[in-house]
Design a protein around this ligand. Structure first.
Ligand code: PLP
Length: 408
């Protein structure tokens, strides 16, 4: 068990945060002050293995030296121009990102939610300008159980009442189909449908993996019906699932791809919506933008973040370590586990309802030096930095097995 001295600094830090912040999160009671690779330390000096990696924004680990180095170098040169002027980092960043993702063009933003908003605006405008849907009537199909962020429009199509309730009037123009059901998508497409927004694996939805071949079928349906396929890879992208993009597992390219989180290497918020030229070209000056999107510091950090993922072969690492970990977790003899599912290092341990909420297991793991967080009430999500060592995973596995295993 970790030590918690009398009048622990942790309690002081938490009390202050709670006094001055909104209660819009339910964090574990740990206050982190330092991070390095897959490890973090709290304000009382306890060490933990980070098995959440900031919801996959830390695929490269905490303070990766090449990413921090790139940030420091850029800090000494130029940090912000706004898009009123050009800067010498944005072009190379977008070129490298488009090459890695095999997409034509990219529009840089800051958060994941902004990237999805960008995709929605792009596809709606494309629907009016190119497809010929009457102005104001475009519809985008989404999936039940989706998560795309917390803006007013994005929560409007959430199926989670906690995200949505009390925030109306909601943005119209969205309709949900069941996730993983290609036939339902086919049936739902109507005259006014311009796009389909889908996560290749639903992360916040509880690490939900669609049936094999789903995305391939979705791609074929979108082609057949002339609607844009928008893949939200903000959580699944950049190596997490064992491929650079999760769509690679199905060998498909979407028409629009959103990326974020690990694009900023855990150092800076960077996101982007990538698209085929025909879609991206609907934007004209003034129709979309962000003061900070594409700023030189963000671009320099993202270039390094992307290079680390590619040079260190993090997707292959996630595949190898994830396959091993998944098998080991499935072998745990536990009265509490209903299912273990995942791909690469994106893993969900589904806790039986009768065993109580996943949160209590996350708290037990925390007390033993592992930071993991539930997603949905019953799922313990394991998503460590992709740079984590096999020895660290082995150590974590023994503790997880202990925490989940039968008593005595
Ligand atoms: C699939 C997906 N899309 C969008 C987002 C929103 O990203 P952000 O929190 O950076 O706005 C998330 C965040 O968890 C996500 O998992």
């Amino acid at each position: 068990m970790l030590k918690k001295p009398e009048a622990a600094q942790t309690d002081v830090v938490i009390a202050e945060s709670e006094r001055f912040s909104a209660r819009n999160y339910a964090p574990l009671p740990v206050a982190v002050t330092r991070g390095d690779g897959a490890r973090v330390w709290d304000v009382d000096g306890n060490e933990y293995l980070d098995m959440l990696a900031a919801y996959s924004a830390l695929n490269q680990g905490h303070r990766h030296p090449r990413i921090v180095g790139a940030a420091k170098e850029q800090l000494d040169k130029l940090t912000l121009t706004s898009r009123a002027f050009h800067n010498d980092q944005m072009g190379p960043f977008l070129r490298e990102l488009c090459a890695a993702a095999e997409m034509d063009k990219a529009l840089p933003m800051n958060t994941g939610a902004e990237a999805v908003e960008t995709a929605i605006k792009m596809v709606r405008k494309w629907g009016y300008r190119v497809v010929g849907v009457p102005e104001g009537e475009a519809e985008i199909l989404v999936c039940g159980g989706n998560f795309a962020g917390r803006t007013t429009t994005l929560v409007s199509f959430s199926s989670d009442p906690t995200c949505r309730d009390g925030f109306g009037p909601l943005t119209p123009g969205f309709r949900a189909v069941p996730y993983g059901d290609a036939a339902a998508l086919r049936r739902a497409i109507g005259e006014r449908t311009v796009g389909f927004l889908v996560e290749p694996i639903q992360g916040e939805g509880g690490v939900v993996i669609p049936p094999k071949g789903y995305l391939e079928e979705v791609r074929a349906i979108c082609d057949e019906r002339g609607i844009a396929l928008i893949a939200d890879e903000i959580q699944t992208g950049l190596g997490r699932t064992g491929r650079l993009f999760c769509c690679d597992w199905d060998g498909i390219r979407p028409d629009v791809l959103t990326v974020g989180k690990a694009l900023g290497g855990g150092v800076y918020p960077v996101s982007a919506a990538l698209a085929r030229a025909e879609l991206m070209d609907v934007f004209e000056p003034g129709s979309h933008g962000s003061t900070f999107g594409g700023n030189p510091l963000a671009a320099a950090v993202a270039r390094a973040a992307l290079r680390v993922i590619i040079d260190e072969e993090l997707p292959a690492r996630a595949d190898e370590l994830g396959t091993w970990l998944l098998n080991e977790l499935r072998a745990i003899d536990s009265p509490h586990v209903a299912e273990v599912r995942g791909r690469g290092l994106m893993i969900g341990i589904v806790v039986r309802d009768a065993s109580g909420p996943a949160r209590r297991f996350c708290e037990a793991l925390m007390a033993r030096g592992i930071l993991a967080k539930e997603t949905q009430a019953q799922v313990i999500r394991l998503a460590p930095p992709l740079t984590i060592s096999r020895d660290d995973l082995r150590w974590a596995l023994a503790i997880i097995s202990d925490v989940l295993g039968p008593p005595g």
